[in-house]
Design a protein around this ligand. Sequence first.
Ligand SMILES: C[S@@+](CC[C@H](N)C(=O)[O-])C[C@H]1O[C@@H](n2cnc3c(N)ncnc32)[C@H](O)[C@@H]1O
Length: 283
Amino acid sequence: MEESSYTHWEQLAAFHGTGDDHMYDLDALIAGGSLMGPEEQAAIDRATQGRGVADLDVLHLQCHIGCDSITLARLGARVTGVDFSPTALARLDDLARQCGVDVTTVKSDSRDLPRELDGSFDLVYATIGVLCWIDDLDAWMSGVARVLRTAGTLVLVELHPLLTMIDSVEPLVLDFPYAFDGGHVYSGTGSYANRDADITWTTTQYAHGLAEVVMAATRAGLTMTYLEEHTSMSFDPRGMEETVEELDGQYRMRIGLGAVHGETQDRAFPLPVLFTYLGVREP
Ligand SMILES: C[S@@+](CC[C@H](N)C(=O)[O-])C[C@H]1O[C@@H](n2cnc3c(N)ncnc32)[C@H](O)[C@@H]1O
């Protein structure tokens, strides 16, 4: 485990959802709302062929403070939230109590999931900002395949590697590779959910190209049933300016020809910002 990233996640788990960020509206969640995005909902619908998660065993991998764990439990799933951050899991336990739902929490590194979980889940759900912390993608995928039942599905909705390359659109600055080349150390302040938060951090992050993700899943024994590269999304994932909210309420990243604002926006083509991967565990 990269100690710096662990410390970072402990900090963010303590900060998110305390009323000072634009992503984790726990009051709305406790009042019965859902913070799950339409992209994740669509992926679950597709994975379950519209049947939903009721009565399914779902592992929410790298669940953070567990907002989507709560939503999945409310939809009738038996949910296990896994994260390496004890603070995140304590927040999830507390949130589950406040929401009146049962969620099991397991502290584990996602590259080394406990053997007791093997063959236990119909779905593994992992979304938005999970893979860049992982050096060994094969270890991550083989753990996922191991904990799935035969015919169980990995639902992975993740930032597109092209988006993660980009530090700024104007001027165009790339500060991350497209594909894996080892760890990249970054330092900064704030959180993706509040850029001004009083948090100072150093992390190590890893690039994984789309083909690398798909091939790691295939090597682990998953058969891809769906892959989508989204050129728009419903939210601003990093609180930066590389994606811009447009008139239809969708966020896009456009490069070229006067770029993003105003009447020239239709002359610059949107790049992929998110991808959805579904893979089924073979017997
Ligand atoms: C960006 S968050 C995931 C956000 C989540 N989808 C949400 O909606 O809040 C990434 C999570 O991965 C966890 N994490 C990072 N590296 C990990 C590892 N090696 N094993 C387990 N959890 C890890 C962090 O603690 C953090 O909670």
